[in-house]
Design a protein. Structure first.
Lengths: 355, 355
DNA sequence: CGGGCTGTGTAGATTGATCTACGTAGTCAG
DNA sequence: CTGACTACGTAGATCAATCTACACAGCCCG
């Protein structure tokens, strides 16, 4: 094995092994009609020359043996876990994985998916993409598509998402059971794609919030902000000064939660005044905060693996379905009970930090 | 524009515009020999049909117009910034970007680079890869290669890295100027690829640590651990109990720093006993810690952009060079002065947290 | 008026794999 | 002994682009 790739073609291998190109091709693809003897001879030639099939050439007729993952915003820290799950599903298969990142934010952006289509991948996994359902259906007409994090039930593509309705209920009940009766929902500005499209996690969480508050007989209250921690902090600084009594906040994702906690800290307050529950349990972001963030944990790794397994299925054995993953509260220290004496709580938090 | 990709070929466009395939190809590539009139007619047909060239077919003869980035470990949180810089450099060029992740850790793993070569990318950016220099030279023989984070000066490929010698000196001097005379270096286990290869950032930082300590007339002391925060914490828990006097630690990267701080916290101590300087200034990891981590900041975004610009150059106008990026100390609260009264320092830290 | 440009467009080869269709040899049943 | 069937292997078309070589028209100049 001299090196990977190079200019060694199937022709060279065929010549070296004394067989035809088609024979080599059959060996590579593990296709029918190859004697063990020939297979061994060809394999030896492949190894000796360091031959690797060119994906471009393969894709011209057959499959590219490549699966693509669209990453609309590489800053979301749960992507790594999803990718890990996807890679895990790929081991011992002939498939490769490529990722297509999209730079722009806050707009519908099909470029990443387009790039994957241009590369003739055999399947696409779209993570929390900001493209329209029509567009996704179009793409799914041509190749297996799995979306992660959207709730639309399509005939054309698979969907895996966390059970956001359940997660929202869990977050609200967690606050309710601690004694909170004023529970606010922090979510994204209504004009962002994540809120204008009907099947996004944030939309579902908002709807579930409304439904659950109605069920509990509480009145709803929503804070909106742009999707960054800074924006959420700014929104918190506008909102918090009017707050006198302890309040519970269910934040639609961890960065928002952090922004609000940051705003509280800037005003010299903490969970004694604002109890915040986040969403996603993003590594580092949630656990290593001051205070550590109580949040909703999702099985990101499993979502990635499931999505990859589905996207590898093609043809007849493929049936589209929707899979809602379970989720659960990850209790940490960013929530307090409104009935406990504030100074007690304050002191115990400091002790916890010093320990 | 009906949809992206599909089964519309250059043939369809040529028919629609009433010209030859070659004419359409020229228009797409903006090549010589096209009248404005024909260009307009062809462009109209392209837009109307929603035609997109297939990368596989292009790659068979010409270029794939695709650049690849190898990501050996997607968990490193400075990748996003590098990728952002790379994407920025790509706007308004005909090039696309794909990423190839590698799953395995702690071993030499060329598979991500191989995957990119298989895809016939026009250039490769290798971020902190764990492959041998021989392998990189082989790859560079065939296409433009830019490595990020390695210090080897090659004839065949470009290199951009942070000035790790400078960074190490800055970290050590920062501790020295605060009064520290016992300065320990926390780095990776000597058996890991990051330490066995001669040109990795961690090797350079270690060497620079030794040189600087010698220059200052101080004796060196090194703690090794595996590359995770947990491993560093465990190492810290073995080491710290023997420490009585304040000590400075220069950690080779932020996770290691965090692990040591975590170990200190577990023993009820903080910067009063162990002053830790990290390296990389990774978003969230460094700034939002308790205590916030003093670390060495690197221009990740610029590194990504520079690398991408270099990798787009090919042919005659290409000359390989090595670019060392400046870096600087980002002072936060994870370091203390050994001469200041411990309780004073302790109290002010707590006040800072409560504020 | 013919030879040499220049500007525009086309025909056809080319790229490296797959895949279909078919040929050949060997085996086995009737 | 022959026809059918199976196992193995090959020739050649094919995929969708690029790229080379060339044709043709119009124009200028000697």
């Amino acid at each position: 094995m001299t090196r990977a790739g190079g200019s060694i073609t199937i022709e060279d291998v065929a010549r070296a092994a004394g067989v035809s190109r088609a024979a080599v091709s059959k060996v590579i693809r593990d296709a029918y009609g190859v004697s063990p003897a020939m297979k061994a001879r060809v394999q030896a030639a492949i190894d000796q020359l360091g031959y690797r099939p060119r994906i471009s050439a393969r894709a011209m007729r057959g499959a590219s043996y490549t699966l693509g993952v669209e990453i609309p915003n590489i800053h979301n820290y749960f992507f790594p876990k999803i990718i890990d799950g996807a890679i895990e599903a790929l081991t011992d298969t002939p498939y490769q994985l490529i990722l297509a990142p999209t730079g722009a934010e806050d707009v519908e952006s099909p470029e990443a998916i387009d790039a994957l289509v241009d590369h003739q991948v055999d399947g696409i996994i779209s993570i929390g993409s900001r493209v329209s359902l029509d567009y996704l259906e179009d793409v799914a007409d041509r190749l297996p598509l799995v979306t992660i994090g959207r709730h639309y039930r399509s005939e054309g593509f698979d969907t895996v998402a966390s059970d956001d309705r359940l997660g929202a209920r869990l977050a609200i009940r967690h606050l309710y059971e601690l004694g909170h009766r004023r529970i606010v929902h922090a979510t994204l500005s209504a004009s962002l794609p994540a809120m204008t499209m009907p099947d996004t996690p944030h939309r579902i969480r908002l709807e579930a919030y409304r439904a659950e508050m109605a069920r509990l007989g509480l009145s709803e209250e929503v804070i909106e902000s742009d999707p960054t921690e800074e924006a959420a902090q700014a929104a918190g600084l506008r909102w918090l000064p009017g707050i006198a009594e302890p309040v519970g906040v269910f934040a639609a994702h961890d960065e928002l939660a952090l922004g609000l906690l940051g705003a509280a800290a800037e005003l010299g307050r903490g969970p004694d005044l604002v109890s915040v529950v986040g969403y996603d349990d993003q590594e580092f972001i949630a656990a290593e905060q001051d205070p550590p963030l109580t949040t909703i944990g999702l099985p990101h790794y499993e979502m990635g693996r499931w999505a990859m397994e589905e996207s590898m299925k093609s043809g007849a054995n493929r049936s589209t379905d929707t899979y809602l993953m379970p989720c659960s509260v990850v209790p940490r220290a960013s929530v307090g009970s409104p009935s406990v004496d504030i100074n007690d709580r304050r002191r115990s938090t400091l002790l916890h930090q010093a320990a």
